[in-house]
Design a protein around this ligand. Structure first.
Ligand SMILES: [Zn+2]
Length: 128
């Protein structure tokens, strides 16, 4: 999925029309997936992963001093963790989300973040 496609998906969702089904997941920044969540509430609509990239970068893009948990952090396609994300949306209201799995030394953590159109961008990877 391209930057434009992701922005279009986010703009197609009317933020005032969120539904009860996905409201527990609504999060401006990354959060761990809630344990009791009904997974059938989301449907996968695409991926941000580059199938031709075997070793996507671990570099993060934070030009304005945000960190990976910030609600205002850029959704920077090609950068970590967006280069590992799939794109999902609520089956009822269309609220768009990104999901990926964080692999730590002794754990895995499934994470989710709501897509805000205004944060989506694709900065060149040499702008670290
Ligand atoms: Zn919903």
């Amino acid at each position: 999925m391209t930057t434009d496609e992701l922005i279009a998906l986010a703009k197609a969702f009317d933020a005032h029309a969120g539904c009860a089904r996905c409201s527990a997941l609504a999060c401006k920044g990354w959060e761990s997936m809630p344990g009791g969540f009904d997974r059938s509430s989301l449907t996968c609509v695409g991926t941000l992963r580059d199938a031709g990239e075997e070793d996507p970068t671990l570099a993060e893009y934070h030009p304005t001093g945000t960190n990976s948990w910030s609600a205002e952090a850029p959704i920077a396609l090609g950068w970590f963790p967006y280069n590992r994300c799939d794109v999902w949306k609520c089956v009822d209201c269309g609220r768009p989300f990104l999901r990926y799995t964080e692999y730590g030394g002794y754990y895995t953590d499934e994470r989710i973040r709501e897509v805000q159109a205004g944060l989506v961008q694709q900065p060149p990877l040499d702008q670290a």
